[in-house]
Design a protein around this ligand. Structure first.
Ligand code: ZN
Length: 53
């Protein structure tokens, strides 16, 4: 059951990262080598971290 929830989360929030500087959402599969599409800041956090608390 937990697995199913993880998959749902992944489907909804997978590959979505939020810029730590301007909070713009960025869709990328490779956050480590990507930067914010808005401000160019390279420090992105996964959006699903909001769920984890
Ligand atoms: Zn930004």
């Amino acid at each position: 059951m937990a697995q199913r929830f993880e998959e749902a989360k992944k489907r909804i929030f997978g590959d979505v990262y939020v810029c730590r500087k301007c909070n713009a959402t960025n869709r990328t599969e490779d956050p480590e080598s990507s930067s914010c599409r808005k401000c160019g800041y390279s420090n992105l956090r996964p959006k699903n971290a909001e769920f984890a608390g």
